[in-house]
Design a protein around this ligand. Structure first.
Ligand SMILES: C[S@@+](CC[C@H](N)C(=O)[O-])C[C@H]1O[C@@H](n2cnc3c(N)ncnc32)[C@H](O)[C@@H]1O
Length: 141
């Protein structure tokens, strides 16, 4: 058996508000944001934070809920249901993908890939559209 030893340094863990990352500028290779930054109340500030801690050429991976283009075209009642659901889930106003991508470019990122998972998620906005189109408020209580 070998008597040699080695010290292996793995990833570290820090618990912090993602709006105030206690990390050195340019100190990380990648940021994974899995169902989290949708809660950001200051998305431009958040992207600036991430851009700051990433090394040049570092990458940000985001998996998040975004509003789809359907949000703008479904009946008003469906939009209200969506907005109410967002509030129930404690989201501030959700971003649409085009608006978020434009913001990312504005904050110095290059967006290199997008995958739309809408069809794989439930309930879809189309469900809200169906419900919203057939519901009306009670006339009396
Ligand atoms: C829907 S959960 C997802 C958790 C995890 N990513 C997962 O996939 O199971 C949203 C997470 O965002 C975190 N979060 C919300 N606002 C945050 C903030 N300002 N700073 C850091 N984390 C935050 C919450 O603590 C929560 O863990």
């Amino acid at each position: 058996m070998s008597s040699r030893t080695a010290t292996v340094t793995g990833p570290g863990f820090v618990a912090a508000d993602f709006g105030h990352l206690p990390l050195r500028a340019g100190s990380v290779d990648a940021v994974f944001a899995i169902e989290s930054i949708g809660y950001a109340r200051d998305m431009p500030g958040l992207l600036d934070q991430v851009g700051q801690v990433l090394r040049p050429g570092g990458q940000l991976f985001v998996i998040e809920i975004f509003r789809t283009e359907l949000f703008g075209v479904v009946p008003a009642r469906a939009r209200q249901l969506c907005a109410a659901t967002e509030r129930l889930l404690a989201f501030p106003d959700l971003w649409s993908v085009p608006d978020w991508v434009a913001l990312a470019y504005d904050r110095g990122f290059e967006v290199t890939g997008l995958t739309d998972l809408t069809d794989a998620t439930v309930p879809g906005l189309s469900d809200f559209a169906r419900v919203g189109g057939s519901c009306s408020a009670p006339s009396s209580r």
